[in-house]
Design a protein. Structure first.
Length: 129
């Protein structure tokens, strides 16, 4: 569950608590839901430097600048001439997380070893020199 989904869940739980007569517990859930929603909105609206945006998104600074130049990413500059780009966190593209490479749990029974094959090829290439 993502953090931005929690306020809705907590509000729903608050309604259930209220229906059961647990007004104090309902009030706590509603208060926490509102506080988290407000904090999350502020977090998402924060403007980042290109370097900060690169660290958070997983893309390089140059890639993000290219997206801005191409009009595919919204950014703004400060009021002063030559001020740095600022990108809202909520506008950032997110690079997909790398999936771990699948390896067979059981070694191959056909006798083929790709690592040994690579070493053999490297030795053949060295011999040809």
């Amino acid at each position: 569950m993502r953090p931005d989904e929690l306020p809705r869940k907590w509000r729903k739980l608050g309604q259930q608590q209220r229906q059961l007569g647990a007004k104090a517990q309902a009030a706590v859930l509603e208060y926490c839901a509102e506080a988290l929603a407000t904090s999350w909105d502020r977090f998402e609206a924060e403007e980042l430097s290109v370097a900060e945006a690169a660290r958070e998104s997983g893309y390089s600074e140059e890639h993000l600048r290219r997206l801005v130049r191409d009009g595919r990413l919204t950014a703004r500059r400060g009021a002063r001439p030559k001020s740095h780009l600022r990108i809202r966190r909520s506008d950032l593209p997110r690079k997909p997380a790398k999936q771990p490479e699948k390896r067979d749990a059981v070694p191959s029974t056909d006798g083929y070893d790709p690592d040994e094959d690579a070493r053999d090829i490297a030795q053949l290439l060295e011999a040809d020199r």
